[in-house]
Design a protein around this ligand. Structure first.
Ligand code: SAM
Length: 219
């Protein structure tokens, strides 16, 4: 078996995506661990992670790198955030913002063995409540199914530097069920165009439906 590097910290092992495990032996959500030449990898399923889905669908700009400081909005129980934690490594950090107390209970467990992953029980609309802790970040990752996804992005863009990157999973059904997904996505992009340049628009079906995955650069 061979681990073929796709991006720094992201690999393909026999057509499956994987990240190099930051903490040997650590599993976050029951994922499979694979040993190759003394290194341990965590398999990363695109059916449970929109970032993995975007990579599987050919995403080109991977700005989440070793040492990156990532502001992660909508961390849930830490599935994708834990792979981001693998990618940024010991020199990086992942601030995990999550509004649900129930999810945060599991998120805290995931963070216990990962020193670069910080759980924060916060509402991503209330940027002032965490900006003092996070400071300015290199990358914003947003996966929040809410009607005001664009507004949440606009508020948090203050926490990424000019030229910094944002990865956003836009869920059309949470924004407006009466409009077609295409129209919702078009309006979302028009709404953020002044502040962000759209680098990639990735259709992440069949892994997740009704979502558009955007790679953005702050102007
Ligand atoms: C689709 S799930 C995220 C899945 C996660 N990103 C992953 O891939 O592992 C969306 C999460 O956003 C959280 N959320 C919704 N509104 C929020 C808000 N205003 N602030 C922070 N988190 C929020 C939800 O509680 C939920 O856990």
């Amino acid at each position: 078996m061979e681990a073929k590097k796709i991006f720094g910290g992201v690999f393909k092992i026999e057509s499956k995506l994987a990240t190099l495990n930051l903490v040997k032996g650590n599993r976050v959500y029951g994922e499979e661990l694979v040993e190759i030449e003394g290194k341990q990898y965590r398999l990363w399923t695109p059916y449970r992670s929109k970032l993995a889905a975007a990579i599987m669908k050919g995403m080109k700009h991977m700005e989440i790198k070793q040492g990156s400081k990532v502001l992660y909005l909508g961390a849930a129980t830490g599935t994708t955030a834990s792979h981001v934690s693998d990618i940024v490594g010991k020199q990086g950090i992942v601030y995990c913002i999550e509004i649900s107390e129930r999810s945060v209970r599991d998120l805290v467990k995931a963070c216990e063995s990962r020193p670069n992953m910080l759980p924060m029980l916060k509402d991503a609309r209330d940027v002032d409540s965490y900006s003092g802790d996070t400071g300015i970040c290199d990358v914003l990752y947003q996966d929040i199914a809410a009607p005001d996804q664009a507004d949440i992005l606009a508020r948090n863009s203050a926490l990424i530097s000019q030229g910094g990157y944002a990865y956003v999973a836009v869920k059309s059904q949470s924004i407006d069920v009466t409009k077609s997904p295409e129209r919702v996505f078009k309006e979302f992009i028009e709404g953020i165009a002044q502040e962000f340049e759209v680098l990639e628009k990735i259709d992440i079906t069949p892994y997740t439906k009704m979502h558009l995955f955007l790679v953005l650069r702050k102007r």
